[in-house]
Ligand binder design. Structure first.
Ligand SMILES: Cc1cc2nc3c(=O)[nH]c(=O)nc-3n(C[C@H](O)[C@H](O)[C@H](O)COP(=O)(O)OP(=O)(O)OC[C@H]3O[C@@H](n4cnc5c(N)ncnc54)[C@H](O)[C@@H]3O)c2cc1C
Length: 324
């Protein structure tokens, strides 16, 4: 039977790809997200003179379904290749892609035509006569829905599903690591001949000149990502302290005594940044409870994995709801 009412909690790549599939199959889909706009960890922060992709830095593409999405987005001007200079002139082994003019452009492209309700944090699920009603943090109620999709990071999915699905403990066992990010812009160019560098560093493994990506504002905007271990150890530190510690580590990495004047510098905490040991299944379905679960944590800590998890769940549900 088509034409069911379905709620998708989470408008990252997983939730959007699932919603797009279900919508194309003729279901009425509402996507609810606590953020101000879509994208989740594919995020772009903008200021007047600069922008920063402070979550996912780039994406790679292997699966034909994801390749096709990226091709469509690129043809519409929402994605392009990024060819950073690596230290020592190394060449990357695979194509790196980014959204244009920011990472959030790809999820916005995927959200075209979907009913997305941003600024809606779901705090409780209610089962009412075999339908779902969702409660948000401002006492708003959404529903009733015939089926529910959770497309949020594993710890948040487990918390929402507790008491509603026997899958909750299995989901709660999927570990996700935090990441502190620093977004900084300099008044004058840093005299270093690289745009991106990953090193097995205990504090600061990733640095990237965000301005080297296509169509970005502010050439000297940089993104710094702390290691999972350091981020976990400093998870509750004040953002200003984290910012200063990571800027010191950046200066050390560049081998300079001090950094040039900055026009902006801020820290952002990703509490559930990357899955450490994925579930190993593309998605989960609790048919008895009427809930499906998707997200990068099912497959891998990558944008493409999030897309494939949501797309796979959407295709599975479209087929099984058709038979019901
Ligand atoms: C710092 C960092 C660097 C990364 N670098 C890369 C990279 O270079 N390449 C790469 O491929 N991947 C990278 N990743 C991973 C990539 O960003 C993720 O794999 C992917 O974006 C996850 O998509 P998702 O849809 O599964 O989850 P998310 O993008 O997290 O989407 C979940 C959504 O659910 C919403 N939500 C959560 N709880 C609720 C609630 N209760 N109510 C309503 N909404 C809710 C959130 O607001 C969010 O929008 C990086 C991630 C981080 C954090």
């Amino acid at each position: 039977m088509s034409g069911r009412k379905i709620a998708v909690i989470g408008a990252g790549l997983a939730g959007l790809s699932c919603a797009a599939r279900l919508s194309a199959a003729g279901h009425t889909v509402a996507v609810l997200d606590k953020g101000r706009s879509v994208g989740g960890r594919m995020a772009t922060r903008r200021e007047e003179a600069c922008s920063w992709d402070h979550g996912a830095q780039y994406f790679t593409r292997r699966d034909p379904a994801f390749v096709a999405l990226v091709e469509r987005a690129a043809a519409a001007g929402h994605a392009a290749r990024w060819m950073p200079r690596w230290p020592g002139g190394e060449q990357e082994s695979s194509e790196l892609w980014v959204g244009t003019p920011g990472q959030s452009a790809l999820p916005r492209f995927l959200a075209t035509g979907l009913d997305v309700r941003a600024g809606t944090r779901i705090v409780a699920l209610r089962r009412e006569r075999s339908t779902w009603v969702l409660e948000d943090d401002r006492a708003g109620r959404h529903g009733p829905f015939d089926f529910l999709v959770s497309a949020v990071p594993a710890p948040q999915a487990a918390a929402l599903a507790a008491g509603h699905s026997t899958l909750a403990p299995k989901i709660a066992a999927v570990p996700m690591a935090p990441c502190w990010a620093v977004l900084v812009a300099f008044d004058r160019p840093l005299a270093i001949p690289l745009d991106a560098d990953w090193q097995d560093d205990a504090v600061l493994p990733w640095i990237a000149r965000n301005g080297s990506k296509p169509q970005r504002r502010g050439l000297e905007a940089w993104v710094l990502h702390a290691s999972a271990a350091w981020s976990r150890e400093h998870l509750e530190d004040p953002p200003a302290n984290v910012r200063d510690r990571l800027l010191d580590a950046f200066a050390g990495r560049l081998g300079v005594a001090g950094l040039p004047p900055m026009s902006a510098a801020a820290a952002h905490r990703w509490r559930h940044a990357r899955v450490e040991a994925p579930l190993g299944e593309p998605f989960l379905v609790d048919a008895a409870a009427g809930i499906g679960f998707c997200g990068d944590w099912c497959l891998d800590a990558r944008v493409e994995a999030a897309y494939l998890s949501g797309d796979g769940l959407g295709a599975h549900l479209a087929a099984s709801l058709e038979r019901a």
